[in-house]
Structure formats: C-alpha cells, structure tokens
Design a protein around this ligand. Sequence first.
Ligand code: C6P
Length: 420
Amino acid sequence: MTTAAGRMHSAARADVLDVERVRADFPALHQTVHGQPLVYLDNAATTQKPRQVIEALDRYYRSDNANVHRGVHALSERATAAYEAAREKVREFLNAQSAQEIVFVRGTTEAINLVAQSWGRTNLRPDDEVVITETEHHSNIVPWQMLCGQTGAQLRVVPVEDNGVLSAERYAQILGRRTRLVAVAHCSNALGTINPVKRMISQAHEVGALVMVDGAQAVAHLSVDVRDLDCDFYAFSGHKLYGPTGIGVLYAKRALLQEMPPYQGGGEMVKHVSFDRTSYLDPPLRFEAGTPDIAGAIGLGAAIDYVDALGSEAIGRHERELLMQATAAISRIPGLRIIGTAPEKTGILSFVLDGVHAHDVGTILDMQGVAVRVGHHCAMPVMQRYGVPATARASFALYNTREEVDALVAGIYRAKEVFG
Ligand code: C6P
C-alpha cells in the first residue's frame, strides 16, 4: 500500500523494520534515567510519541486552532476538515464500513462506559446475562457490574486456564439464550494472550448476543478488521498506539448506533432544543457532546499514518522476535515464573521472582534505566487467579531492540543479587 505517509517514511522495507530509523523519530527515547540510557518497556501502559504526532499537534495549535462543526470562518473550517479527516483515517484503519460508525471518545474506558450506559441500559432486563472473562482489565469489568446493578442483569465470567488461554469449553457452556452481550479483550494486558475473538464473536452471534471487543492492547500490534471480525463494538485508546492521551475510539455497527440514545447531553449533539423537546443529531455526533479533543483526534490520525507506513506485519514480526528472545532468556532465571504462557501472545511478559516483591524488581530495574510496570495492572482478578499479589510486566513496542531485552534480563539478575 502506498499512502502519503508510506512515501514519507521508509523505515519498513517489505517486512523488515529498520529499528534505528524508527527510534530516531521518538525524542523521549533518547535520554538517560539514573545515569543509564532509558530502556522503555512500559508500552502496554502507554507508548512514546513519534515527532510526526508531536508535529501534527504543534501544527494544529499554531495555525488551525478553532472549534469544530460551529464556525463559518476559515480556521473553523480547517479544524473541522482535519478532525473529520482523522475520523476517516480511523475508519480505514479498522476497515469500518462508514465513518459514521467511528465515535471519538476519551479512550477505551469511556468507550466501554458509553456502550454500557447507552446500549446496555436501554436493552438489558433482569435475568439477562452479560458475559466477561476472568482476564479483563477493570475497565471491562466495572462498567458491566454497574450496568448489572442498574438493570438486574447478571454478570457471568469465563475462566482462564493455567497458561492464560480462556476456557473454550466453559465459554460455550456459559453462552445461552439469556446472553445479551459478551465483552472481551482482544489481548490481555496482564498476560499478553491474544484471544480468539473472531470465533468467540461468531459463537455469541449464534445465540443472538452482541459482542464488545476491548482492543486497547491489540491495535498497536495486530491488524484489526472490524468487518472481518464482525464485532458489534470495538474500543481502543490513542495513547497506546503512539498517539496522544485523552483521545480514543468507539467503533459500533451503524444500525446499533442509530438506535442508541445519547450518552451525554450538551452542545453539538442536537438538531433542535426547546424546553419541551430536544431532538438529537445522527451518530457519531450524537455521542460527541461538547467540544471534543480536536488536537487529540488529529494527533491520532498522524499516529495511524505512522504505523500504517511501517505496516502491521513488520511491527508484529519485530515484537514477536523480542518476545521470544525475552521469554527464552528469562525462563532460564532460577526462581522466575512467567504469568501468561499462551501460545498466541502480544509482546507482554509478566513475571514474578521468588522471594522478591514485584515493586522491588521494578525499583532495581528503574535504577538500571529500565522502565517496566509493576502491580496488579488494573486486573486484580487475574492476580487472584494466579495467586500472586502483583507481577512485574515488560511490554514491547516497535522501537524496542534486542539490546534492550538484554538490559531487562541483566536488570532482573541484578534484582536477584540484591534481594535474593
Ligand atoms: N491498560 C496497562 O498498563 P484507558 O485507560 O481507557 O486508555 O485504557 C483502559 C484499558 C482497557 N483495557 C485494557 C485491556 C487495557 O490494557 C487498558 C489500559 C494500561 O495495562 C493502563 S491501566
């Protein structure tokens, strides 16, 4: 594919990523921390931003800054065109049928809450069931619990096997005529498992249920095609895709959005307002009350151009190689247990070290310049399932190198020396 961005950037040639060229695009990577070169392995929490994204934000605020869908003046028209062009980029990125199926939100969390409160409160009745899994992030648990509390619906939970794979057998058993919605992560943030969402969606559809996919940990690593998946809702956050914080996306099939009531009320989501009666705009603007994160959407568009130019094949291959290298090296460390050993994983490596608390591992790694996340990763039920209070988690991105994996491994040996 030759996009404008593809012509601008040639750090990916066919299926090979030129990591040094890629790294040159990310200013934050070129710093020292505690006197050591930064090794940023906390990409599942948030990714660093390429200059192309930073420059898009800068350009917008320097020359086009205006509110959208409101003004007739030139700046407002430019801002509106750029905001809507970003929506079209998201549409193409997800292969959605129409840009009207793309709602800009703050992030994955807001997208899930929107579906729970708008679709869920309208459609769920007592004794209906919402199915989630034991591996979900709190963002894909709590909104459904709240919804169940409001409607009397029941929450059902699909368990996970020891290796981090969801139990296909239990999933098939739990699905039934009461199931109205399945909410599942495309990839687990705590274990790295890539869930077989296409199959899960088709099984859910067979019993007449809809499916919401939490794509927060997927879009930066896999190619996502919402039409091929046939998901009803798909959510992701811009900041995990090399874009800005504060912007994210809800994809929903058009027919569903059309029937859904607004999530919030305010300016720019209405056709007509009087004190007797208010009528609403069509989707997606019906769900974008108030001034949106215009710069964020434009920055997200630039991030999509960036990853598109490199290609998801090349990115995925590079990250899989790093994961394999890191998994092999840390598996040899005595007393280390990897939490999450599914055959299909993204570049996420969660582990515990005998006799050393995950926070101590994190602190020692930080002293070596290596940034990982430690704790429950907003997935407390996963920690309970594996009987650990916390894990240390390294997560890889397109700009990480083999040498950085070596630094991670050396840092873990150092933590063993200090605390072992
Ligand atoms: N996980 C992590 O370190 P927001 O905060 O709305 O951008 O994304 C929430 C979210 C939802 N689902 C999954 C699978 C996620 O991983 C996250 C965010 C980060 O794992 C921060 S807690």
